[in-house]
Design a protein around this ligand. Structure first.
Ligand SMILES: Cc1ncc(COP(=O)(O)O)c(C=O)c1O
Ligand SMILES: N[C@@H](CCOP(=O)(O)O)C(=O)O
Length: 473
């Protein structure tokens, strides 16, 4: 399997190369040169497989020659062995129409663990083959950070610098990052929003002085291996609900468009996905893009679903690329305009291509709280704010779908990560699971930097380990 850049200029890479690369050299994102496909019979034969085995089956065509089938199975067994539920991503029924797919049984209580436990192992595997060092620079609105840190803390040949927006993540999210005291882990709170942090990370990939000196890698969903791992749970859920004989719809609380793009990939691979419902909070750029074609970024407004407080949605570029017939030059021009003006209007062809599978809904804070209350009072389920936004969209859109299509909402985080918002809406204060340990007793360690690229780049340059053979600055 080869991977190409959405902007058409960077050299193509194999799976190992793309895992270690992050952003493509032309500023684009890597995607497989063609979507692998399973036949209906192949999908039917996956029913009932243990999660780790299913993961190996789904990942095989993406991994290509980079891992033997045996080694891939060992890695998926190891990655999913750390989950607190035997099903890894269990499905729970809310009522006759709605289901939630619980993606928060990993070590840091959010869906990010599903991909990052695997990515940590892939980094280790590929680094063992070469005399090299990785400097991971990531941006987080709360969940990627803790999952990535858990996945790489203490690993040899890897340093991680994780940027989060100061004061804009929950206390649990912050502590899950800042209480990991390991020599290869640095947390940096920046003044600004998640979008500012993400823009700095992307700029660093394009900063030749930095990339010549450090082997910079990504843990955000710009890294293809993240999305590949997330495709698996769409298959796991749909198979349990009767796929391939039955179509299934998914509602996905969305920020950086990684999770829902994985659903799109599953559909491309042959899974019968009837609809992908993109749910946003009031930071609604994706709802506007999908409903009116207006992909223009405003300022980010902090909300009680902080992990979705995003206005520049990285992975939307991957969908735009497919929706313009994979024309790298045309997409490059569109993205250059967006980078300069923060305004991009979708073409009619792009809108039509997206409308075949995607719909969207924007959820107001009161609707989010009301949905949390409904789930608790009518179904006995305590949901986190992000999941509630997904469920709000699922319930708003279910009427547009045939009555026999089940609607699965992705439950992206454990409610205890956002305990104050959950308590405000439901009166319930969910406890932290025991596996998180004494989070509020531990010492915190975190740098606080101004929200400028220069400050962050200088800090990383002073503290990161240069790659093998790199010249001193
Ligand atoms: C709890 C939670 N829900 C939803 C999202 C949005 O997911 P994505 O950025 O993949 O669209 C995030 C952040 O990514 C998150 O942490
Ligand atoms: N909501 C995310 C933002 C980063 O998204 P990613 O999926 O691209 O890593 C977070 O919690 O950090």
């Amino acid at each position: 399997m080869k991977y190409i850049s959405t902007r058409g200029q960077a050299p193509s890479l194999d799976f190992e190369g793309v895992t270690l690369a992050g952003l493509a050299a032309d500023g684009g994102l890597y995607v497989p040169e063609a979507w692998p496909q399973f036949t209906r019979d192949e999908i039917a034969a996956m029913a009932g497989l243990p999660y780790a085995e299913l993961a190996a089956r789904i990942m095989t065509p993406f991994v290509g020659e980079s891992l033997t089938p045996q080694r891939l199975r060992e890695l998926t067994a190891q990655a999913y062995g750390r989950f607190a539920h035997a099903a890894v991503t269990p499905l729970r029924q809310l009522d006759e129409r709605h289901w939630v797919l619980e993606l928060f049984h990993g070590p840091t209580l959010a869906f990010k663990d599903v991909a990052l436990q695997m990515l940590g192992l892939l980094f280790e595997e590929f680094l063992a083959r070469r005399d090299d060092h990785l400097t991971i620079v990531g941006a987080t609105s709360g969940d990627t950070g803790s999952a990535a840190i858990d996945a790489v803390a203490g690993r040899a040949k890897v340093d991680i610098f994780m940027l989060h927006p100061h004061g804009r993540v929950s206390d649990v999210q912050r502590r899950q990052m800042t209480t990991v005291i390991a020599p290869n882990v640095t947390n940096i709170a920046i003044d600004g929003s998640f979008d500012d942090a993400q823009a700095m990370v992307k700029r660093m990939f394009n900063d030749k002085a930095m990339t010549d000196r450090f082997g910079i890698a990504a843990v955000n969903s710009i890294n293809w291996a993240r999305l590949m791992s997330q495709v698996v749970y769409y298959f796991a859920a749909a198979l349990q609900l009767g796929a391939p004989a039955r179509e299934v719809a998914f509602a996905v609380p969305t920020g950086n468009f990684g999770d829902v793009f994985a659903g799109y990939v599953a559909a491309k691979m042959g899974l019968p996905v009837k609809r992908l419902i993109v749910a946003t909070n009031i930071n609604d750029i994706l709802h506007r893009a999908l409903s009116t074609g207006d992909y223009s970024a405003g300022t980010v407004t902090p909300t009680a679903a902080p992990s979705m407080d995003i206005q520049v949605s990285s992975n939307f570029e991957r969908l735009l690329f497919d929706a313009c017939g994979r024309d790298g030059a045309a997409l490059s021009a569109q993205m250059a305009q967006f980078d300069a003006t923060k305004d991009l209007q979708l073409t009619n062809a792009q809108r039509e291509a997206m409308a075949a599978l995607f719909t969207s809904a924007r959820c107001e804070p009161a609707q989010m709280a009301q949905t949390m209350r409904w789930a608790y009072e009518a179904c006995g389920e305590v949901l986190d704010p992000h999941t509630a936004i997904g469920l709000y969209a699922a319930r708003a859109q279910a009427g547009e779908l045939p009555a026999d299509v089940p609607v699965v909402t992705l439950a992206t985080a454990h409610p205890a990560k956002f305990v104050d918002a959950v308590e405000r809406a439901t009166g319930v204060r969910p406890p932290l699971p025991a596996r998180v340990g004494d989070l509020f007793e531990r010492e915190e360690r975190c740098e606080h930097l101004p929200g400028t690229y220069e400050a962050v780049a200088a800090y990383v340059a002073d503290h990161a380990t240069p790659k093998t053979g790199a010249k001193e600055a």
